[in-house]
Design a protein around this ligand. Structure first.
Ligand code: PA5
Length: 444
């Protein structure tokens, strides 16, 4: 067992004095949310629960990662939504912030990793300018096997790759990650002899980061995927009981749910860490696509969901914080603090003319950031703004695994509390069908 991340709701008690009574009132709903998640898990519907324990899959992923490390300088992940954001999250959180700019020696022989999750020709052209196709592997990821953006990018890149290195080498350079039973990518991959990873049928896109979807590119870039999974397994083991005081994922869901019922339609996640920037994007997709739903009961339609917003401390203190403090009281804030950082910078003497900066001298950048974190939680609390914090002892594979699992489970509980299916995305599917029609796909 490694160091634990912690959820601390004490600010909530100060900002909203009756919150413990609210939790008590919600207890029957919380219990039934846990029971319902457990029942779905036992029926085999919630595959994300199993991911931290699939040791054989991790071994196969590591074996392919070694093959890529041996033969390639770069890996391009082609995907979108849940088939790309988790990859971005892991790289930003756990690799050197300028991983792709480092020399091969500095990267310890681990390839550069790029994520292609847009269909912007200018962006693609820019990427091609910096890639040597002879030394680039591609991991094309799509659960459905037919997502238009992913498959369009794949077809273009495969064509360019085959022209550059020939069909045989191209087939060795492409790894497909998809569903085991359906979709065009599966057929293409089998015919072309690509290495293949399967995404379990019961794991949806935005819950798939701990499967081959997120783990292959992570392992290629040198991230310890076993530690990541062991962190997730630790949280899975700690979040089982139907008591919010003993189950942090349930407490998180309870606070968000109570806030929502009090009109907090916006959920802000604010990590004080640049490395967690893409965690914020991943969270936004998870929360928005899972919970933004129409609920129909007794002939009534209710439009539900909380709008997720990412803010980064200290950067967004000079952008969004004014609104957070003086704007409408329609938000709940999750502040994420990092207790220990790997690096430290002492702020030097300002010298002549810097008398007003003297107070900084001898202090550290980390102390400044922590002071800003403390100031933000204090001022939010003083103004009665609902906020709580999650503390990571440090950023490492183990704590990031915990954070990811905590959020996936919290989202599953929220789905039950809202009474919606947190695992589909019907409105997105509708848009996809219109695109197919506009692009002339038969049958649409
Ligand atoms: O979370 C989801 O299910 C979606 O965001 C999908 O990941 C996204 O639409 C891409 O789908 P696919 O993996 O089928 O290409």
């Amino acid at each position: 067992m490694g160091e634990r991340i912690r959820l601390d709701y004490s600010n909530m008690l100060k900002a909203v004095p009756a919150v413990e009574e609210e939790i008590e009132k919600a207890r029957p709903e919380l219990i039934s949310a846990v029971e319902s998640v457990e029942a779905k898990r036992n029926e085999g519907l919630l595959g994300f629960f199993n991911l931290p324990f699939l040791k054989e899959d991790a071994a196969a992923i590591k074996e392919t990662a070694e093959h890529i490390k041996d033969g390639y300088e770069s890996l391009v992940v082609i995907g979108i939504g849940g088939s790309a954001l988790g990859n971005r999250l892991l790289h930003a959180a756990l690799n050197h912030p300028w991983h792709n700019k480092l020399s091969n020696v500095q990267r310890k022989g681990c390839p550069r990793v790029y994520v292609l999750d847009s269909i912007d020709s200018d962006h693609l052209n820019g990427l091609l300018d910096i890639l040597d196709l002879n030394k680039t592997a591609f991991n094309v990821i799509t659960k459905s096997g037919s997502t238009v953006e992913t498959m369009a990018n794949y077809l273009i890149l495969k064509d360019l790759l085959e022209r550059e290195v020939g069909p045989h080498r191209a087939a060795k350079s492409i790894i497909a990650t998809t569903d085991a039973s359906r979709g065009s990518l599966l057929q293409i991959a089998r015919r072309s002899g690509y290495r293949l990873f399967y995404i379990p049928g019961n794991v949806g896109g935005r819950y798939s980061v701990l499967s081959a979807v997120g783990l292959l590119s992570a392992a290629v870039s040198g991230i310890d995927i076993e530690e990541l999974l062991s962190g997730a397994a630790q949280t899975a083991g700690e979040c089982t009981v139907a008591d919010p005081y003993q189950n942090p994922a349930l407490m998180g869901a309870a606070l968000q749910y109570i806030a929502y019922k009090k009109g907090k339609n916006i959920s802000v996640v604010m990590p004080y860490s640049d490395a967690l920037d893409y965690f914020g994007d991943w969270y936004c997709q998870l929360w928005a696509e899972s919970l933004g739903k129409i609920k129909e009961s007794s002939g009534r339609k209710e439009q539900l969901g909380q709008t997720p917003i990412k803010a980064i401390g200290a950067r967004d203190q000079h952008s969004l914080l004014q609104l957070f403090l003086d704007g409408p009281d329609d938000k709940i804030f999750t502040l994420i603090e990092i207790e220990r950082r790997e690096n430290s910078f002492v702020i030097p003497e300002p010298g002549e003319g810097g008398i007003d900066l003297q107070y900084l001298s001898g202090s550290t950048l980390e102390k400044l950031l922590q002071s800003e974190f403390n100031a933000t939680e204090s001022v939010l609390t003083k103004r009665g703004r609902m906020n709580y914090k999650i503390s990571l002892p440090q950023i490492c594979a183990h704590t990031i695994g915990q954070l990811i699992f905590l959020y996936m489970l919290m989202t599953a509980y929220m789905g039950e509390l809202f009474g919606v299916n947190a695992f589909d995305q019907p409105a997105v599917e509708e848009g996809k069908k219109i695109t197919y029609r506009l692009m002339g796909r038969p049958g649409y």
